[in-house]
Design a protein around this ligand. Structure first.
Ligand SMILES: [Ca+2]
Ligand SMILES: [Ca+2]
Length: 68
């Protein structure tokens, strides 16, 4: 499981952060732990909600690709 989500923001595990992952991120933006649709792996700083800090971390990674 942690190999799957080694790259923060890669929601589908294909080792990049692209538009598909962005849609997943936006679907959980503003949610907190316990909300339907909360995606724990999009919570970058671990404060149990997906907010501005996580958004900035995500945006920073858009377009990155993890090499094998
Ligand atoms: Ca991806
Ligand atoms: Ca957070």
């Amino acid at each position: 499981m942690d190999a799957f989500f080694r790259l923060y923001g890669d929601s589908d595990g294909d080792r990049d952060v692209d538009l598909h992952d962005l849609f997943s991120f936006l679907s959980t933006l503003g949610r907190r732990r316990g909300d339907p649709g909360f995606l724990w792996y999009m919570d970058y700083n671990g404060d149990d909600r997906v907010g501005v800090t996580d958004l900035l971390a995500f945006v920073h990674r858009i377009g990155t690709h993890l090499d094998p």
